[in-house]
Design a protein around this ligand. Structure first.
Ligand SMILES: NC(=O)c1ccc[n+]([C@@H]2O[C@H](COP(=O)([O-])OP(=O)(O)OC[C@H]3O[C@@H](n4cnc5c(N)ncnc54)[C@H](OP(=O)(O)O)[C@@H]3O)[C@@H](O)[C@H]2O)c1
Ligand SMILES: *[C@@H]1O[C@H](CO)[C@@H](O)[C@H](O)[C@H]1NC(C)=O
Length: 340
């Protein structure tokens, strides 16, 4: 004891150093094991839709199939024999993906039609084209989505970019195609929402949030997806058309591309380690589109191929109805458009 007291700080440091290094090494190894276990958990815990339900004779419209979840959804439905209409804004990319899908699935009933959700005129042209060329529509999948972190965008219709792409555009498109869906009943509408809706709620006093932070508007738009689906299901009761929405999981896709550096560096590492692949990400969408047991299920929210609950604010009945009424004005529904 007496001897130890006379040690200098430097001596104590050097004496302790090997132990400190050993502790640090053990901690690092433990950390890596935990990270790897989480990685394996993320990889294998995900719900995969195992049924082989076929879709011959059925027509499906999928929006936004040039990337991510939509591309895999279109491919999986083509594999099951459906007639697939890819609704995309980038025709060149879409045609290339269409060729790949036809080649890999040997189903040549895959078509591309132009749809830009940031333009109500484009949505009307697309819907008119579908009504002209498609005698039936069994499933409408609202998959296309847009997310921006900081950059504010305004559409040619004067609306906040994220809200129009993710909510007002799909709202109008649903109206324009509803008669075709009803004629083809039993038929389905599937809305790709996100569990991130919990981070925000739509401000019904400011439904065109031009000055809000775009990342926040993205969360709002995903809450709008859920409110829309629930009100849509309510209004469609008894028509044979169902409407359900889903959270696809956290998926390594293009949706994260607007996150700026250096945040994006960390994010892309997390993406690769813990997020699911687009093939895994399309599972719940595909299940909602094809599963026979879900024929009469409507107005529900799914995650990981299972029904899930929604937050109390979304379940509040008045909000969904109010958003619907506001959306009718903002999406410029015309008197001659089908009413839902
Ligand atoms: N990835 C996730 O972790 C995650 C989580 C929860 C929910 N989601 C939802 O999943 C859906 C699919 O997203 P993703 O992750 O697959 O992202 P993605 O890779 O960015 O794909 C989005 C698709 O939407 C299309 N799109 C965007 N704006 C459009 C517009 N104005 N008109 C027509 N198409 C448009 C894109 O076309 P371009 O190629 O032309 O841009 C692309 O094909 C979105 O609704 C998203 O909110 C994703
Ligand atoms: C859905 O409802 C219809 C009509 O009531 C019924 O014939 C059908 O069996 C139901 N489907 C399922 C999977 O419950």
């Amino acid at each position: 004891m007496l001897i130890a007291k006379s040690w200098s700080r430097t001596e104590i440091f050097y004496w302790l150093l090997p132990y400190l290094l050993l502790i640090a090494a053990v901690a690092l190894v433990l950390f890596l094991i935990v990270v790897y276990a989480l990685h394996l958990y993320a990889k294998y815990s995900c719900g995969m839709y195992a049924e082989e339900t076929r879709m011959e004779g059925k027509t499906v419209v999928v929006t936004g199939c040039t990337s991510g979840i939509g591309k895999e959804t279109a491919k999986e439905l083509a594999k099951r024999g459906a007639r697939v209409v890819m609704a995309c804004r980038n025709m060149e990319a879409a045609e290339k993906i269409k060729d790949e899908i036809i080649e890999s699935t040997k189903n040549n009933k895959v078509f591309v039609k132009k749809l830009d959700l940031t333009s109500f005129a484009s949505i009307r042209e697309f819907a008119a084209d579908v009504i002209k060329t498609e005698p039936r529509l069994d499933v409408l999948i609202h998959n296309a989505g847009y997310a921006e972190t900081f950059l504010k965008g305004v559409t040619m219709d004067g609306l906040e970019m994220t809200m129009q792409t993710n909510h007002y555009g799909p709202f109008l498109l649903t109206h324009l195609l509803i008669d075709l869906l009803k004629k083809s009943a039993p038929s389905r509408i599937v809305v790709v929402a996100s569990s991130l809706y919990r981070l925000a709620s739509v401000n019904l006093e400011n439904p065109n949030p031009l000055t809000s932070l775009p990342a926040y508007v993205y969360y709002q738009s995903k809450e709008a997806n859920i409110l829309f689906t629930r009100e849509l299901a309510r209004r469609l009761e008894g028509t044979g058309v169902t409407a359900n929405c889903l959270h696809p999981g956290l998926i390594d896709t293009g949706i994260w591309r607007s996150v700026p550096a250096p945040l994006s560096w960390g994010l892309s590492l997390i993406n690769k380690m813990f997020f699911k692949t687009p093939e895994q990400g399309c599972q719940t969408t595909v299940m909602l589109a094809v599963d026979e047991k879900l024929e009469n299920v409507t107005g529900k929210y799914f995650s990981d191929c299972q029904e899930s609950t929604v937050s109390a604010s979304v379940a509040e009945p008045g909000r969904a109805r109010k958003l619907w009424e506001i959306s009718e004005g903002i999406a410029k529904l015309e008197i001659t458009d089908p009413k839902i």
